[in-house]
Design a protein around this ligand. Structure first.
Ligand SMILES: [Fe+2]
Length: 345
């Protein structure tokens, strides 16, 4: 059901402090914390003694201490102290997950730790680079993560779900292309001579008709890098274009719930804090609209396996179908790989 041998965003790096933070990813309950020296760590969120969640405990120096009987674990998950005795039981360790802070996110590796190579963390450096302004946020969706992937690979829904923000009917009517490139699906749509949707008017200053394009590059299991551009309709001067990227980090929480981290980055008017705030609020409202639709969709699907196969497909499903096929092939490959060799706990 879930790809594990990959890096996934589990938090904004800024969320991890010295108060333990409980977060579930791919059905695994995890505690995140930062030690006194600044190391961010991810451990299974249960003390091996009586299975109390470590997230109810506290961080003490370089260790996390269980809030029930005071057992202390280092950032690697090794038990280093048991109050009232001199020795530490041999089995008293908890699983440690590789965790790397990069580009303002905390990336976790839920699979075989021996395969966790930080070099393969996706490059989203725009999220903390001085040349880019960032508007970011988080949504929790009570919907399976594949519904969220479908939603992002089929942006024709902007015409119907987001007509008061980023869409209008011209989006769904425009042709698009879908390409499978290595382990990515790329969906691209050009929209010529369209009325600027409300959000575009405010964020670009283009009040008349515009030419607009968007490309979503999807890397399973849940990274969508959407590049949006627009310029006055008919302009041949590409330097008149204003472009932004919408980074979407989709991490399964459970079979029916999803973490949705997002960031909109731009290189124009980067010192305009009011614009940064407007984009954040506009995107939050836009994704609230997706949340309403996807959660209702999940309620209809429920746990019925027959309802995960949709009875009808239309043209705009081309990219979501490619996305699901690619993910399925990667899941099958991972399922065929050797079982966890070096995971502890
Ligand atoms: Fe949407």
């Amino acid at each position: 059901m879930w790809l594990r041998n990959c890096w996934q965003v589990i938090a904004f790096a800024r969320e991890i402090g010295n108060a333990p933070l409980a977060r579930t990813a791919c059905g695994e309950e995890i505690v995140l914390f930062r030690t006194q020296s600044g190391t961010a760590a991810a451990l299974a969120d249960r003390c091996p003694h009586r299975l109390a969640p470590l997230s109810l405990g506290r961080v003490a120096g370089e260790q996390i201490q269980c809030g029930y009987h005071g057992l202390c674990f280092d950032a690697q998950g090794h038990c280093v102290r048991v109050p009232g005795q001199d020795s530490v039981p041999r089995q008293a360790s908890v699983r440690n997950y590789p965790l790397v802070e990069r580009h303002s996110f905390a990336w976790i590796w839920l699979g075989d730790p021996a395969l966790a190579n930080p070099e393969t963390i996706p490059d989203v450096h725009w999220c903390n680079h001085p040349a880019w302004a960032v508007s970011d946020g988080y949504h929790h969706f009570a919907a399976n993560y594949q519904l969220v992937n479908d939603n992002l690979l089929d942006l024709s829904h902007e015409s119907f779900v987001h007509e008061d923000t980023i869409g209008n009917e011209a989006v769904a009517e425009a042709p698009f292309t879908v390409k499978l490139e290595d382990e990515r699906v790329r969906m691209h749509r050009d929209m010529y001579d369209m009325e600027a949707p409300p959000f575009y008017q405010r964020t670009t200053g283009f009040s008349g008709r515009i030419d607009r394009w968007h490309t979503n590059t999807f890397s399973p299991p849940g990274l969508h890098i959407i590049e949006n551009g627009s310029m006055p309709a008919g302009s041949t001067d590409k330097s008149a274009a204003l472009e932004r990227k919408v980074l979407n980090f989709i991490t399964p929480e459970t079979a029916t719930t999803t973490h949705y981290f997002w960031a909109v980055v731009r290189q124009f008017s980067i010192d305009d804090q009011a614009l940064t705030d407007y984009i954040r609020d506009g995107i939050r409202k836009t994704f609230d609209q997706d949340k309403t639709v996807l959660e209702a969709q999940q309620r209809i699907i429920g746990g019925d396996p027959d309802r995960t196969v949709f009875p009808v497909s239309i043209r705009v499903d081309a990219a979501p179908i490619q996305g699901r096929k690619l993910l399925a092939s990667m899941l099958a490959r991972e399922a065929g790989a050797a079982p966890l060799a070096s995971a502890r706990g």
